[in-house]
Design a binder for this molecule. Structure first.
Ligand SMILES: [Zn+2]
Ligand SMILES: [Zn+2]
Length: 265
């Protein structure tokens, strides 16, 4: 069984055909799914999906793209929404200097508020970072010195140094379909170096379909292709990578109950 630790089931295309998407995920052997919040003001949209399905959980937070729209979202509000039994993570939050959709100052403030929420609740922070390796590493180090928190570098596409720093700080590193792209040799090299007890897989659906599905909309069933590539990179079987990434998921997203019958091996 595999877990899709990061998808956006409330986004059009997935939400429009959710029953079919979930049926295909089940057929592909995907167990738990985490549908990730990108706007606290739209948290309700991910929550209703999680509430309607035993195997779906959600997060709460503001994507860096929306950081300027949600300047008014305070720590207390995130913490209070996270008390819902279906909320297993904070985020996604972080820095995106590739698109710079929101001013960097707002992104950093939002990032630090979400780190504080992760620290206070004990829930893992789902970190989005793109073309912002140095600032991400700096903020993580500064904040870790204020008090520990747990986190995942989601859809990892950053460089060696941020991967190394993340692992040193106790973070998990989650790989998406980008790992399967032809041009991703450096990323595969990074993945080879991340300790086995820190790796996760995700789709980030509806974005970033892995090979051989590239060019089509992505959906959770496709996490099998990323997992297979990670197995190849690590030189282990697909069954072993499923075992490892699923164990890692329940270790880090520990508020998500492991389904009965799916025992840690
Ligand atoms: Zn993201
Ligand atoms: Zn995402």
């Amino acid at each position: 069984m595999l877990v899709d630790s990061h998808c956006h089931l409330d986004f059009p295309y997935l939400s429009d055909q959710l029953d079919d998407v979930l049926a295909r995920a089940k057929d592909a052997g995907i167990g738990t799914l985490v549908t990730i919040c990108t706007r606290v003001r739209k948290f309700e949209q991910v929550l209703v999906i999680a509430e309607a399905h035993d195997h779906i959980f959600c997060s709460v937070g503001t994507h860096p793209h929306n950081a300027d729209e949600e300047r008014d979202v305070a720590l207390d509000e995130i913490v209070s929404l996270s008390k819902h039994p279906k909320v297993v993570a904070i985020g996604e939050a972080g820095l995106d200097y590739h698109y710079d959709n929101a001013p960097r100052d707002d992104q950093e403030k939002g990032f630090r508020i979400h780190i504080a929420a992760a620290r206070e609740t004990g829930l893992p922070l789902v970190i989005h970072t793109r073309d912002a390796d140095e600032d991400t590493a700096r903020i993580l180090s500064e904040e870790m010195n204020k008090g520990p928190f747990s986190a995942v570098l989601h859809c990892f596409t950053a460089g060696h140094e941020l991967a190394r720093k993340g692992v040193e700080l106790g973070l998990y590193v989650s790989f998406s379909g980008v790992l399967t792209f032809k041009k991703s040799d450096e990323l595969r090299d990074i993945a080879a170096g991340v300790p086995m007890d820190r790796v996760l897989v995700e789709t980030d659906a509806p974005y970033l379909s892995p090979e051989p599905m590239r060019g089509r909309r992505n959906e959770p069933a496709n996490v099998v292709h990323t997992a297979a590539k990670l197995a190849e990179v690590k030189g282990v079987s697909n069954a072993e990578i499923a075992r490892v990434t699923t164990n890692n998921f329940y270790a880090r997203f520990s508020k998500a109950p492991r389904p009965e019958g799916d025992v840690a091996a």
